[in-house]
Design a protein around this ligand. Structure first.
Ligand SMILES: Cc1cc2nc3c(=O)[nH]c(=O)nc-3n(C[C@H](O)[C@H](O)[C@H](O)COP(=O)(O)OP(=O)(O)OC[C@H]3O[C@@H](n4cnc5c(N)ncnc54)[C@H](O)[C@@H]3O)c2cc1C
Ligand SMILES: NC(=O)c1ccc[n+]([C@@H]2O[C@H](COP(=O)([O-])OP(=O)(O)OC[C@H]3O[C@@H](n4cnc5c(N)ncnc54)[C@H](O)[C@@H]3O)[C@@H](O)[C@H]2O)c1
Length: 472
């Protein structure tokens, strides 16, 4: 027997995105239920951003202290693995979501535990762990915020091996002795940095000729050099064809021979969590990312929204939350019978998804970027010029660390005289990113940027050097 409840908006998935969609519509005066089959808070809180950054932070702090002569003398001994893992555990609330569930209820959102599935127009069936079913009916909209999962390539023998994905790599309670990682993207690079510093012998396999392939080349080159310097076996141009067990070992068969490890982490991208949510009822294909317009509405289905990782536009927590604010506002406006403008930068459009996605890779060195790369400007046929500057050559960097090395890269639209993209590579650059984001989103003219005077002696002085280099 199933019970039926009605809400203005039903959100499937209480990750960081779903929580924010529900919060936005409730603040807009609508009622909302959010359905969650695992932990309220989703991937970011328990198996992604938070635990991975907690694993990395100690290594970064030690590295920064060791790079300041005088301070370096105080850094002796090894990082405490147990304490690092316990600090990481505390950031995940020991994988207990009661705090976040409390927040949801406190925000006036109804939390429904169980797996949600579309069952008709504006109808969602929720199957709880005990098999009971509840039917939720939406007055206005259903927002699918079910996120993404690790994509595991169909390698020969993979079904016989206990593969690690980002979930196991971020929640492990011991450092693996030998860790073999497939994929030199963000997850592969961050996990190689974290676990190599915590005692694992890491081999990183990347099929392309560069790590962090979607970034400016300076990023992947610097990170590869750094990882090698800290003992990681980085193998570029290496593809993996098969994997097998041999006693306690995992044997990974690559285009350049076999690699043995205790653990095998697959970090080869993500796949949409749309397998079991009934998208077929609106003519969509299970397993594919939801194709949405800039208000996050699924094209062709006026009551259905796809927000966050599940739409594949920008797989980052802060972008999912941004889309939640924009899409949530659109849901509220449409419920009130208002027109929703999809014009660029309107209050309902997630325009930044196309032009200004900020991202920090917490490798050593860090990579902080926003907007498009020079290669993307080329692909899009945009008239542009690229300006590069050695970040180590400004006084603030020299103070930050002895022998600081880093790069700044700016892609400038030569027609419109505005920034298309900015990338910083180096220690401590994550905190420099927001200025670049404001400049890209605001399309601040280069002539006006000369008036944005960076404080001395900070690393931000590189902005002035980039402008001087551009002027020639
Ligand atoms: C290792 C790693 C590190 C990362 N680090 C960062 C970082 O530093 N910064 C950053 O910005 N991004 C980072 N990301 C990306 C970030 O984790 C995601 O972009 C973010 O979690 C997406 O949020 P979401 O709410 O859209 O999806 P999710 O967090 O995946 O949430 C979806 C929720 O839906 C639930 N769900 C799924 N199907 C159903 C169903 N049928 N019924 C009910 N509930 C369902 C799931 O249980 C889950 O709770 C990282 C990713 C990984 C893998
Ligand atoms: N700090 C952050 O913001 C952060 C951290 C981690 C993850 N994330 C998000 O999570 C997403 C997923 O990260 P990811 O690293 O899994 O994906 P990714 O797309 O960044 O990188 C995957 C890498 O694996 C390689 N690859 C894929 N299949 C392969 C194969 N069969 N053999 C060898 N190499 C193969 C690809 O060439 C690519 O370089 C990212 O898009 C990012 O948005 C963000």
């Amino acid at each position: 027997m199933s019970t039926e409840q009605t809400f203005d908006v039903i959100v499937i998935g209480a990750g960081s995105t779903g929580e924010n969609v529900a919060d936005t519509v409730v603040r807009g005066g609508l009622s909302a239920a959010v359905v969650e089959s695992e932990l309220v808070g989703g991937e970011c809180s328990y198996w992604a951003c938070m635990p991975s950054k907690a694993l990395l932070r100690g290594t970064e702090v030690l590295e920064e202290a060791r790079a300041v002569s005088g301070a370096a003398a105080a850094v002796s001994g090894q990082q405490d693995l147990r304490a690092t893992l316990e600090r990481r555990n505390s950031f995940t609330g020991n994988w207990d979501d009661s705090g976040q569930a409390q927040w949801v209820e406190g925000a006036g959102i109804t939390l429904v535990r169980g797996a949600g599935r579309l069952d008709g127009e504006k109808r969602v069936v929720v199957r709880a762990a005990d098999g009971t079913e509840t039917v939720l009916v939406a007055n206005h909209a259903v927002a699918v915020c079910t996120g993404s999962a690790a994509a595991v390539p169909p390698l020969d023998g993979i079904e016989d091996v206990d593969v690690w994905t980002a979930r196991e790599a971020t929640s492990a309670q011991e450092a693996p002795g030998r860790l073999v990682i497939l994929g030199g993207g963000v997850v592969g690079v961050e996990m190689a940095t974290a676990w190599s510093a915590l005692g694992s012998q890491v081999t990183l396999l990347q099929r392309g000729d560069r790590l962090l392939a979607g970034q400016e080349p300076e990023a992947g080159d610097a990170v590869a050099e750094s990882l090698r310097g800290r003992g990681v076996d980085v193998r570029l141009g290496t593809s993996v064809s098969a994997v097998r067990r041999d006693g306690d070992d995992v044997v990974v068969v690559t285009s350049a021979g076999e690699v043995r490890g205790d653990r095998f982490l697959v970090a080869a991208g993500r796949t949409a969590r749309t397998e079991d949510i009934g998208v077929e009822i609106v003519g969509l294909t299970a397993g594919e990312y939801l194709d949405v317009d800039d208000s996050m509405r699924v094209r062709g289905v006026d009551w259905l929204y796809g927000i966050g990782d599940v739409n594949g536009r920008a797989l980052l927590t802060h972008m999912g939350k941004y889309q939640a604010r924009q899409g949530g506002a659109a849901i509220v406006a449409r419920a009130q019978g208002h027109q929703v403008s999809l014009a660029d930068w309107s209050q309902f459009a997630a325009t930044a998804d196309h032009a200004a996605v900020p991202q920090v890779t917490f490798s050593i060195p860090q990579v902080a970027s926003v907007g498009i790369t020079a290669a993307q400007a080329e692909e899009r046929g945009l008239p542009h010029t690229v300006v590069r500057y050695e970040l180590g050559d400004v006084a603030g960097s020299a103070l930050f660390a002895d022998g600081y090395t880093g790069k700044a890269v700016a892609v400038v639209d030569t027609d419109r005289d505005v920034l298309l993209g900015v990338t910083f590579v180096g220690p401590g650059v994550s905190e420099m990113l927001q200025a670049a984001t404001v400049a890209v989103v605001g399309e601040v003219p280069i002539s006006r940027l000369w008036h944005a005077v960076p404080a001395y002696p900070t690393m931000n002085e590189v902005w002035l050097r980039l402008l001087e280099t551009l002027r020639g």
